[in-house]
Design a protein around this ligand. Structure first.
Ligand SMILES: [Zn+2]
Length: 345
């Protein structure tokens, strides 16, 4: 990236009301068949334009073509039965009815590659594409086949790698893996979670990122955050392993979070996508508040490695709020960019 402090979002943006029910996770599609396919492409174009108007530097599809950041990828795999559902506890936090792994998992066809190619045709800007991480995938399933979280994670890492290599060939500049589970299962992260993630990026020449957050602004997550105390030190458990890993960029929740900023010192040397927009609060940040978070992060992240970002996806937010937050992110980054340039001159 030639731009100093290039802005991006963690991934998802609200969908238009004609495509899916607003402010709802796992919202069913309102269109079908060929109309749905066309509607998804139109929504992707709108999400792109929204980012461009706000001045976002690294753009994404806003996850307009998927119902959910984890389940949509899983739906395209064989070996998973969506009729055979079981209730499991997701990220040790809330119960959900999830599909079952009933046989060897395989990726029969590309999942997002056509969508990525479509986005690539629409813009010359750098593009980032999000995929679920292996550990977060296994945490959103019931496994009656492998009967080992680790074994299943390695299988998913292999399939994610196939998809990632094709996304790269389609022109994606940064491939991001969403691993909110890294904030919960520390022993597994250090034993095999990061290693499985490295398997997923094997052979990629484009940049790679891992997004670790405290989740969407849904009740189960905000309730959980209440139990975490005054200082959220979860990142401390996994940062040393990530610092040693082959992943290029680490995407984190920082703004309004109780994460002590000095933890960023543990990943010194990595590029950091610093969450400067709170997705759990509908109030739109002022550019000055965004700038303030970025300045704090600059104490621990070199300026050429700091990527202003959102704390998490904005899918569950009202569209006007998400739009306002994109503009605030851009304006806040511009303030700090100017300060840095003035200091350098
Ligand atoms: Zn997130």
């Amino acid at each position: 990236m030639n731009t100093l402090l290039p802005t991006s979002t963690a991934g998802s943006l609200p969908k238009p009301t004609w495509l899916a029910e607003p402010e709802t996770l796992w919202s069913p599609w309102k269109l079908q068949g060929a109309q749905l396919a066309e509607g998804k492409q139109d929504a992707l174009r709108l999400a792109l334009q929204e980012q461009q108007h706000a001045g976002i530097d690294i753009v994404s599809d806003g996850e307009q073509t998927r119902q959910h950041f984890v389940t949509t990828f899983i739906e395209h795999l064989s070996g998973v039965d969506f009729q055979q559902r079981q209730t499991v506890r997701i990220r040790d936090r809330y119960d959900a009815s999830v599909p079952s792994v009933v046989g060897a998992v395989a990726r029969q066809a590309p999942v997002f590659v056509d969508d990525a190619r479509f986005l690539r045709q629409q813009t010359a800007q750098p593009i980032k594409w999000a995929l679920p991480g292996p550990m977060t995938m296994i945490d959103t399933l019931y496994d009656s086949h492998y009967k080992s979280r680790e074994k299943l994670a390695w299988e998913f890492a292999r399939l994610l790698n196939q998809e990632a290599l094709e996304l790269e060939a389609a022109g994606v500049d940064i491939i991001q893996f969403d691993e909110p589970a890294f904030n919960v299962f520390f022993d597994e992260v250090n034993d095999w979670g990061v290693a499985a993630l490295e398997r997923a990026v094997q052979g990629l020449k484009c940049e790679t990122a891992v997004h670790i957050c405290y989740g969407y602004g849904i009740k189960a997550n905000t309730d959980w955050k209440q139990t975490l105390g005054a200082q959220w030190r979860q990142y401390e458990q996994v940062f040393p392993t990530l610092q040693q890993s082959s992943i290029d960029i680490i995407s984190l929740e920082c703004h309004n979070a109780h994460v002590p900023m000095e933890l960023l010192e543990l990943i010194r040397g990595k590029k950091v996508m610093v969450g400067a927009i709170d997705v759990a609060n509908p109030a739109i940040e002022t550019p000055e508040a965004v700038a303030d978070t970025l300045r704090k992060a600059l104490q621990f992240v070199d300026a050429d490695k700091l990527y202003p970002c959102t704390n998490c996806g904005m899918a569950p937010l009202p569209r006007a709020v998400a739009s306002g937050k994109l503009k605030a992110l851009s304006a806040g980054a511009a303030i700090v960019r100017q300060e840095l340039t003035a200091n350098a001159g």
